[in-house]
Design a protein around this ligand. Structure first.
Ligand code: EPZ
Length: 429
């Protein structure tokens, strides 16, 4: 699938942000820790979520969808702790089944995680933590196999503040015997959301959102109804869309505090950013000014907003840099921006944006989820028509991306592989 778009139109209006994808994936895994029914609201309708739900069905989880944004899950009849379907192989978050199945059944066999190719993405910290909780682990035919007689609380120090390891260890430890401490835990908003959801099921987790998380194991968890927080990265993407198109957009249904690092950079670049209780208005300016950005774990500037920031820096006045400190291979979009006339250079973990570029429409390929969204922003900021191919990536994490942009005045269309591209280009241009 691909997007075709005509750039140069300032986006204007209001956009409502969906539930957080990366919170949803952890929360869905948490839901299978109980045999009672769990209802989850504000579930984003993105393909990563539907793929994880398909993987759940394969192991016997009963899934009902009362509507597009809610799901009822009952995991009383899981018939296997082996999750190795093609669905699992597509996803990064399939690894949450390791923590959830180990926590509930003391046994898990899950295919090695897939997901976006943004560098080497080891799971050694997850495995280290599972072992400290009492599990044995080995790899077998592309699967991670975990086995424990019983799980016992432990003191786990993470070498880096890993989002995935923090969530996975919470999933495994909530029903372990005794107390667990996770030190150097990740602090992203979705960590707090998963912990809140687990606590609403009867878990006893304290300190989520801080460096040290303390968990007192409980014997069992019960059903719950839980509403997922808004998606920080979707919101940030629309804020950046306002900036790069010199538009004026009210981004609704968000938690403004989660956006602080992004708002601060947009203001540094000359945009006007006004915060309300659950929304933020971004007004772009005729000229953006460059800045330097380093990606860091929360509350630092999110790596998942790095490519979108790269687009803004191409167009800004002056030289700006991005230092990517989380993933080693997240600058693949820079070559695509060069095709649009951007003056950029990548040196190791630093991308240099020489600014002042007048981006021109081009045919682009999305290298991963956030980079794909960023290329769409570039296309909307550029002169002329652009095509972004390979947008299955984007659909993994953005609900109704084209429709939401259209509602802000963007000329963008999502095309199926079989659709006539030339005709669509003529129509949109
Ligand atoms: C999560 O990935 C998100 N994915 C990513 O979002 C996000 O970019 C990332 O966190 C950072 O915020 C999901 O939530 C499904 P990490 P995750 O473990 O958990 C290293 C998106 O676009 N590391 O925090 O895989 C790792 O290599 C996606 O929505 C180890 O070395 O990220 C990386 O350098 C892309 N060993 C750093 O830590 C480990 O055992 C942070 O990774 C674990 C991680």
């Amino acid at each position: 699938m691909r997007y075709v778009m005509k750039g140069g139109i300032p986006l204007a209006g209001e956009v409502t942000i969906s539930g957080a994808k990366n919170a949803a994936l952890g929360i869905l895994a948490a839901a299978i820790l109980t045999d009672e029914s769990v209802v989850i609201e504000n579930l984003p309708d993105v393909s990563d979520v539907s793929v994880l739900l398909s993987a759940f069905r394969e192991i016997g989880v009963v899934i009902e969808r009362p509507d597009r944004h809610s799901v009822r899950i009952n995991a009383a009849n899981i018939h296997t702790a082996v999750a190795d379907s093609p669905y699992i192989k597509k996803l990064r978050a399939g690894y949450y089944l390791l923590g959830a199945l180990l926590g509930k059944y003391h046994h898990a066999e899950v295919s090695m995680p897939g997901g976006c190719n943004i560098g080497n993405r080891p799971i050694d910290q997850h495995i280290k933590g599972f072992r400290m909780l009492g599990a044995h682990s080995h790899n077998e035919n592309g699967k991670v196999v975990l086995d424990a007689k019983e799980l016992k609380g432990s003191h786990i120090y993470l070498d880096m503040a890993s989002v995935g390891a923090t969530i996975n260890l919470m999933l495994a430890a909530v029903m372990a015997r005794g107390n667990t401490i996770i030190e150097n835990a990740a602090k992203e908003p979705h960590i707090v959301d998963v912990a809140n959801m687990l606590n609403s099921m009867g878990a006893r987790i304290k300190g989520a959102g801080m460096d040290v998380i303390r968990i007192s194991g409980v014997e069992r968890l019960h059903g719950t109804e839980y509403t997922i927080i808004p998606d920080q990265i979707e919101a940030g993407t629309f804020m950046m869309a306002a900036a790069v198109t010199k538009g004026d957009v009210l981004v609704r249904n968000i938690i403004p505090q989660h956006m602080d690092a992004i708002s601060a950079k947009l203001m540094e670049m000359g945009c006007e950013v006004t915060e309300h209780i659950d929304s933020i208005r971004v007004m772009g300016r005729p000229q953006l000014y460059s800045c330097n950005v380093k990606t860091l774990p929360y509350p630092g500037f999110p790596t998942d907003m790095q490519p979108q920031m790269g687009v803004a820096l191409c167009m800004a006045e002056g030289v700006g840099t991005i230092t990517e400190s989380i993933f080693e291979n997240r600058f693949k979009y820079v070559d695509e921006l060069s095709k649009m006339g951007a003056d950029t250079e990548v040196k190791g973990s630093v991308a240099i944006f020489k600014g002042h570029s007048r981006l021109k429409g081009a045919e682009l390929v999305a290298p991963d989820l956030r980079a794909g969204a960023a290329l769409v922003l570039a296309g909307l900021a550029a002169e002329g028509v652009s095509v972004v191919d390979g947008v299955d990536y984007v659909l993994r994490g953005y609900e109704d991306f084209a429709e939401k942009l259209q509602s802000l005045g963007a000329r963008i269309q999502l095309l199926d592989d079989g659709d006539d591209l030339q005709k669509a280009k003529l129509k949109i241009g």
